[in-house]
Design a protein around this ligand. Structure first.
Ligand code: PRP
Length: 178
């Protein structure tokens, strides 16, 4: 396969690892003495989820869900639907929703509302990347690794046509915005 059409590396693998370690330390402190359930959103967040989980010092459980979204990438309605639900309930648990990127905020808002309705003891959200310049709905972001400019990015879970998720770094791409 040809090389990815990288425009500029925003964060190297070393920078990402170092920042995840910092955020993991924050999270470990916040949840000290508790058990934490990490909820990942397929597919993009799994790279961040596993990297983060390995750095946490509190006991961790993991569950995954898959969603489909309509319109959120094009500034219209931002309708989100769960395609694969969690394997287990979250009632009474300390839940941390783990995302690779928050753009418009539609996905995060929907997931936070849905998870909140299931009675967790606490609920928070952690994202690898935050592109606040694209925000349409305001949501509280509890933990964030990096703010990024309004550019199309790939790597560390983020794709272009399902490619480049496995890059260890995060880079902007020389393509039309997805
Ligand atoms: C990304 C990300 C969030 C959503 C954020 O998923 O993982 O779920 O977009 O966008 P929003 O803030 O505008 O709602 P994507 O649709 O790219 O799916 P993927 O993780 O399978 O690549």
């Amino acid at each position: 396969m040809s090389e990815p059409p990288i425009e500029r590396v925003l964060f190297t693998a070393e920078q990402i690892d170092a920042r995840i370690a910092e955020v993991a330390a924050e999270i470990s402190e916040r949840y000290a003495g508790r058990e934490l359930k990490l909820i990942g959103v397929l597919k993009g967040s799994i790279f961040f989820l596993t990297a983060l989980a390995r750095q946490l010092t509190v006991p961790v459980k993991i569950d995954l869900l898959a969603i489909s979204s309509f319109g959120s990438k094009h500034g219209s309605r931002g309708v989100v639907r769960i395609e694969k639900d969690l394997d287990e309930g979250i009632e009474g648990e300390h839940v941390l929703l783990v995302e690779d990127i928050i753009d418009t905020g539609f996905t995060a808002r929907y997931l936070l509302q849905t998870l909140a309705s299931r009675g967790p003891e606490t609920l928070a959200i952690c994202t690898l990347l935050d592109r606040t310049s694209r925000r349409i709905v305001q949501i509280p972001v509890d933990f964030r690794c990096f703010e990024i400019p309004d550019r199309f990015v790939v790597g560390f879970g983020l794709d272009y046509k399902q490619l480049y998720r496995n890059l260890g770094y995060i880079a902007t791409l020389n393509v039309e915005k997805g």
